[in-house]
Design a protein around this ligand. Structure first.
Ligand code: SF4
Length: 253
């Protein structure tokens, strides 16, 4: 399969319907459907940040990380330029990741509180982290077209995880919309009166398999939010705790 930088006629065909996440990940890392993002991810990988000049950057799309039977799905926005785009693992090697993994560890969802590199021994417990947009965008801002173009990758990942996933934790408004769109696209009936995105916004829905699921929102642990105090560690811990508790017990806190 070869995309070579052009958008397929039907974007839904971008991410093939494969039988498992390993195969999906193998296809994802070859994706070149967004010319601007392909150029940017490679440019960042070549120019590098001074502190990482001696490192080889990943510079490709970022797959999900975590077990393929996860109960909690954490959805972020996009890879960090010198975080995931450098290390090759989602939320790894930057400040956002420091905040997220620390909270996941505190709530029993990650083996260690840090996530620095592929060889750091980190393992997620019942949790898989993924991004709404899989390539680093300039200024951390994907265009609407790029977000839509990447949606099929999220949709396929959510579909393959669906039998086990009970909680969806969306980090930021774009991730909130992306997971709602993916679930709706998969035919799940979501409540019409669901809340707008906000920190702690949440709703339940009865999945097509008869299991109740939770969708919960959090402000993104970006430096913009954590440096300004818009998101505190206790606020993040609170939503991570709710997502984990619901996934394991089926009951909200
Ligand atoms: Fe492909 Fe998504 Fe990267 Fe665009 S952002 S090139 S659709 S993986």
């Amino acid at each position: 399969m070869e995309w070579l930088g052009h958008l397929p006629t039907n974007p839904a065909r971008l991410a093939p319907k494969l039988s498992n996440l390993k195969l999906l990940d193998q296809e994802l890392i070859k994706c070149t459907a967004c010319p601007r993002l392909v150029q940017w991810r490679q440019e960042v990988a070549v120019t590098k940040r001074r502190a990482y000049q001696d490192q080889k950057y990943w510079g490709k799309p970022i797959t999900g990380f975590g077990p393929t039977n996860a109960k909690v799905a954490v959805i972020g926005l996009a890879p960090g330029a010198h975080g995931a785009n450098r290390t090759g693992r989602v939320f790894t090697g930057d400040s956002s990741g420091d905040w997220l993994y620390r909270s996941l560890h505190k709530n029993g969802l990650a083996k260690i509180p840090t996530s620095d590199s592929l060889n750091d021994g980190q393992e997620l417990i019942d949790t898989r982290i993924m991004c709404a947009v899989r390539c680093v965008p300039p200024g951390n801002k994907p265009s609407i077209e790029e977000s839509k173009k990447c949606q099929p990758w999220l949709l396929r990942e959510v579909e393959l995880l669906f039998p086990t996933t009970r909680s969806y934790l969306a980090l930021g408004g774009i991730a909130w919309r992306a997971i709602i769109d993916a679930l709706a696209e998969l035919g799940e009936e979501l409540p019409r009166n669901r809340p707008k995105f906000g920190h702690g916004a949440q709703f339940n829905f009865l999945g097509s398999d008869g299991n109740t699921r939770l969708v919960i929102g959090s402000y993104h642990p970006s430096q913009q939010n954590t440096f300004t105090g818009k998101l505190t560690r206790s606020q993040l811990d609170s939503v991570v705790k709710k997502a984990g508790r619901f996934a394991h017990s089926g009951k909200p806190l």
